[in-house]
Every structure is written in C-alpha cells, then in structure tokens.
Design a protein around this ligand. Structure first.
Ligand code: PEP
Ligand code: MN
Length: 260
C-alpha cells in the first residue's frame, strides 16, 4: 500500500486502481464534453486533457491555453469527475491552482527544478511523469524536489523511456512501478498511450502495469482520433475504449478481490 492521495471522492493508492482518461488535448468545448460524458458512463474516475501542450515542433498545435482549462473544468463539474492537466511553467500556476484538481508535470519538465520547488509549497496533488530518458535515481531526485517544502500529495507516472527500439514510441518500464513505490512510497500511474504510441498495446500494457502494482492507468481517448490535433495515432475512439474497458474493469476487480 502506498501513501494515499485523495482527489475529491477518489482515492489513489488504496489498492484499487483508478482510470484516468481523456484526449491528449482539449480542442473544443464540444469535444471535451462529449468525451467526458462517454468516459463517465464507462466508469472512469478522472478526466484528462492538455491545455498547454509541450509539442516537439513549434508549428504543431500548442493547446487552447486557459480557455482549454476552463472547458475541462466545466466538463469535469458537469460529469462529476476530477480533472488533470499539464502545467508547463510557473506563469500559469494560479490558473492551475484555481481550475484543476491534479497538476500534471510532463516528461519534458521532470527536472525543471524551479517549477518543482514552487509546487512543493502547495498541498495540491501533483502527478510527476518520468522524464524522457530519466533514470530511477534522477526521478527520485525530482520527487525529493517536489516534496521539499511539504507537499505530500504526489503521484508518479511511468510513461515509458527512450531506448534503442523504434518499434514503439517508448519502452514501457514495468520494473519502475514496484521500484518507485518502494523508494518513495507514493502511488504510481501507468500511461500506456505515451509509453507505446500504439493502440493495440494499450490493453496488454495496462494489465501488465496493474499486475506490477500500478495504482491506476491513464489512457488517451478521442471522439475522432483521425482528426485529433495531437497524438491521434495512439488515441482510442469510443468504440475501441469500450472494447478494452470491460477487460480492464474485470482485471481491477480481480486485483481488489484476489490480490489484496
Ligand atoms: C501528456 O500526457 O499529455 C504528455 C504530453 O505526456 P508526456 O509528458 O509523458 O510526453
Ligand atoms: Mn498525448
């Protein structure tokens, strides 16, 4: 059992894995409302959506900014789901404190120590993703920065690391799950969408992560992945999510009943 992080009525780290789902980016009010409605019906716990996007190319869609955060918040309130979104720099900290339930620190910012120090002063839940090529030691150091001024509401996220293999977007490191839980005590979420970049791998990697002790999974879902403004190739449409979600829910029940 890890340290517990409470977000509204949801508890992360109590032995029952949670599901976080939603689009890579919030693209419009309609898109996030439609997705939230569907995910709530599917029994998902937390709604995700990027409003400030750390894109490799400056020519790519950068997110709707504060407007996107507002749509995400309204969708979360309408469908009674806590929300998570990525904060890229301290300029927008107040907007995030006001609007989101969990602040996500993305891989590209795992070692942005000034950002981590600011967040360490809060008590708001922060989800720290593993850096693109971060070692366990580097990740633990980042967690220490995040905790240095008293924040205990820390969630980790294994999202794959860069290796020599090009078959998948990244290489999912299942060993990081029990190791990070042991070293830090904080709960950890697995992100099979960014870890693999391949739709077909999302179910097996989700199950493997939960078998390895993950406290939840985070999956990208979009009403029309072909038209998505970011990460469409790895995003599941509603039908595809529906197909794997029953297996995920069954496995969660198995974990709670049999492995507790
Ligand atoms: C994301 O979750 O939206 C994201 C950008 O992921 P990562 O930081 O893991 O690349
Ligand atoms: Mn994405």
């Amino acid at each position: 059992m890890s340290r517990l992080v409470k977000v509204g009525d949801i508890v992360i780290g109590d032995g029952e894995p949670v599901t976080i789902a939603g689009p890579c980016s919030v693209e419009s009010k309609e898109q996030i409302f439609e997705t939230a409605k569907f995910l709530k019906e599917q029994g998902c716990d937390i709604l995700r959506g990027g409003a400030f996007k750390p894109r490799t190319s400056p020519k790519s869609f950068q997110g709707l900014g504060v407007e996107g955060l507002r749509y995400l918040k309204e969708a979360g309130e309408t469908y009674n789901m806590p929300i998570i979104s990525e904060l890229m720099d301290t300029d927008n900290l107040d907007d995030f404190i006001e609007n989101v339930d969990i602040i996500q620190i993305g891989s590209r910012n795992m070692q942005n120590f000034s950002l981590l120090k600011e967040l360490s002063k809060l008590n708001k839940p922060v989800m720290l993703k593993r850096g693109l090529s971060a070692t366990i030691e580097e990740w633990v150091g980042a967690v220490e920065y995040l905790a240095m001024n008293g924040n205990t509401n820390i969630i980790l996220c294994e999202r794959g690391i860069r290796t020599f293999d090009t078959h998948t977007r990244n290489t999912f490191d299942v060993t990081a799950i029990p190791i990070m839980k042991k070293l830090t005590g904080f709960p950890i979420i697995a992100d099979p969408s960014h870890a693999t970049g391949v739709k077909e791998l999302i179910l097996p990697v989700s199950l493997a992560a939960m078998a390895g002790g993950a406290d939840g999974i985070m999956i990208e879902v979009h009403p029309e992945p072909d038209k998505a403004l970011s990460d469409g190739q790895q995003s599941l449409n509603f039908n595809e999510f529906d197909n794997i979600n029953s297996k995920i829910q069954n496995y969660k029940r198995f974990i709670v009943e049999k492995l507790a």
